[in-house]
Design a protein around this ligand. Structure first.
Ligand code: SF4
Length: 341
């Protein structure tokens, strides 16, 4: 899924082995070597070509991460999310060309190129001192959005981590054709899935829900632990029939395998992000949804809407996958308690 018109390489990243491996995969795309100063101005979003959406997404920038590679994903202490509190974002990828309408990277990142930091070996001291057990690469990017390049990057990364660490990939893409390079004792693969209407409306650059299910089934049958994320759910009361059909299709495609877990969550917005969506996608209905501000400062659908949607989807999951655990993503205890009651 290489969607680039331009590949830029920071001069200081040229000698890293991963840069060379990536260029081997891109024989037909012209690349340009740029100065480290230019790479920095692009990363900071000062260079106009890096901040301009959506045009900036057509560029792949290969550079060095000169800061920390690890970022704890633990959230506000009042917000519960077991999988985030145990995970560290590993900053090897940044930015995503798929341009989902609600993507928080539109606000969070200054640079909208797809960025690969090709010096993960420079994180070895940091990895050794932190000894993180679960690394996630699909938080400010999609782990598989670079297609074959994504697999090359993760295969390279897997040689650097300790034997007891897991790398979690999170994606809305199909498996690239070189996916067999990934080892099923190192990688866990999570697919985020939504219903067809929401996919067309808010995730038009991603693989279709059915394609994602086929990839999830392929991975599960190859021995990978596969997680399924219904996050975000539809912002208003969810379409129960559409989710039922998705779950039935997932069941049929995966059998006799099952997901290791389901993660269910709601939209998490900010006023700034809603303004960006309104400006960039004037016909998108998300800014018109009724939102409520939560204690962590994020904006979510109203509590009763979320609880109704969670109950509906959990009941469906328990009907079709009765033994598979379900977790809620980033919710305060008053919602979890309500949900349990
Ligand atoms: S796939 Fe994820 S990172 Fe990529 S645009 Fe969509 S929400 Fe953002």
């Amino acid at each position: 899924m290489n969607r680039f018109k331009t590949v830029l390489i920071d001069k200081s990243a040229l000698d890293y082995p991963l840069t060379e491996l990536l260029l081997d995969e891109l024989p037909d795309i012209a690349h340009h070597v740029i100065s480290t100063d230019e790479a920095v101005t692009r990363l900071r979003g000062i260079h106009p070509d890096a901040s301009c959406l959506p045009k900036a997404k057509k560029t792949l920038l290969i550079t060095r991460n000169t800061g920390s590679f690890l970022k704890s994903m633990a959230t506000d202490p009042g917000i519960t999310d077991r999988s985030r509190s145990e995970s560290f974002r590993f900053e090897i990828l940044q930015g995503c060309s798929m341009d989902c309408r609600y993507c928080f990277c539109q606000q969070y990142l200054s640079c909208h190129h797809s960025v690969v930091f090709s010096n993960p070996e420079d994180s070895l001291l940091e990895l050794a001192s932190s000894h993180p057990l679960r690394l996630v690469t699909g938080d400010i990017s999609d782990s598989l959005v670079l297609g074959r390049l994504s697999i090359v990057i993760h295969d390279y990364l897997s040689a650097l981590i300790s034997d007891d660490s897991i790398i979690e990939l999170r994606s809305k893409c199909i498996l690239p054709d070189n996916w067999h390079l990934l080892k099923n004792n190192v990688f866990e693969l999570d697919w985020s899935i939504t219903v067809p209407d929401q996919w067309r409306l808010n995730e038009p650059g991603t693989a279709s829900p059915l394609q994602r299910i086929e990839s999830a089934a392929t991975a599960a049958k190859a021995g990978f632990k596969v997680g399924i994320r219904f996050d975000p759910l539809q912002p208003e009361r969810i379409d129960k029939k559409a989710y039922y059909l998705i779950l039935k299709h997932l069941y049929e495609a995966m059998k006799p395998m099952k997901p290791r877990a389901f993660t269910v969550g709601s939209y998490k917005m900010s006023c700034e992000l809603l303004e960006i969506i309104r400006h960039r996608f004037p016909h998108n209905p998300l800014p018109g949804v009724e939102w409520s501000r939560c204690s962590d400062g994020k904006i979510r659908p109203f509590k009763l809407t979320r609880v109704y949607s969670y109950r509906t989807i959990v009941n469906l999951i328990e009907e079709i996958f009765p033994t598979v655990p379900v977790y809620l993503s980033m919710e305060p205890s008053y919602v979890l308690n309500f949900f349990k009651s």
